[in-house]
Design a protein around this ligand. Structure first.
Ligand SMILES: [Zn+2]
Length: 233
């Protein structure tokens, strides 16, 4: 099963995709990771990417497609990919479709974590980090405990307002740019909306409920397809 997970910054997408990778043994495909890996490998392509990034330009769609096809065509990851933060625009979505089709796969479900701007703002503005141990809290949802041994007031830091503004801008840009992509998948009835304002465990169990339905369905349909093919050959 191939999954796309959608969610704005602050929607809790990162946490959920981590859980899903573990439970279903998936490969998490994010273009940032792919680019970093290639750069670290110092392959000819990696060297090219380094020079593009250093010059301040954007990495071309061709290069990104190339990296994605390497994963999609890899038998170890066949029907085991979770796309996180990709596709970001309509042309990437169309291209991903072509690539998957070429390698006899498709997207089985698109999970959209929905949270209102108010909640997202509180998640972003309320974020507190302990500078000593790195624990994160939220003044609205998960305040630091009074009797803690480490995370005392003097170590607790909030982001400054500039960063909050940047984060909110990112949220707005995200909403605008992903709308056409979501419409693309909506037409195929692939989108499942999840309330991203619920707590982590509730969100997780809703997602896995949807996925177990798909898994069950794939189990039925796959042998049937196989039998049908054999019969018609
Ligand atoms: Zn601490």
């Amino acid at each position: 099963m191939n999954i796309i997970i959608f969610g704005s910054p602050g929607s809790g997408k990162g946490t959920q995709s981590q859980f899903l990778v573990k439970k279903y043994n998936l490969f998490k495909l994010s273009t940032g990771d792919l680019l970093r890996k290639e750069i670290n490998k110092k392959s000819p392509l990696g060297v090219k990417i380094t020079s593009i990034v250093n010059s301040g330009s954007l990495v071309s769609n061709d290069i990104i497609n190339n990296l994605i096809e390497n994963i999609v065509s890899n038998k170890n990851y066949k029907n085991k990919i979770i796309f996180d933060g990709y596709p970001r625009n309509l042309s990437q979505a169309e291209n991903l479709d072509k690539l998957l089709f070429k390698h006899h796969q498709k997207i089985n479900i698109v999970i959209r974590l929905k949270a209102s701007i108010d909640i997202i703002k509180k998640r972003i503005t309320g974020r507190i980090i302990c500078s000593k141990c790195g624990s994160t809290y939220n003044e609205f949802f998960n305040p630091p405990k009074e009797d803690t041994t480490c995370c005392k007031k003097e170590f607790l830091k909030k982001r400054d307002d500039d960063n909050v503004d940047v984060a909110i801008k990112r949220f707005e840009t995200y909403e605008k740019s992903t709308e056409p992509v979501l419409n693309f998948y909506k037409k195929r009835n692939l989108i499942k909306d999840i309330n991203g304002e619920a707590n982590i465990e509730v969100i997780y169990s809703q997602i896995t409920d949807y996925l177990s339905v798909i898994e069950g369905w794939l189990c039925i349909i796959t042998p049937y397809n196989y039998a049908f093919k054999t019969y018609t050959q």
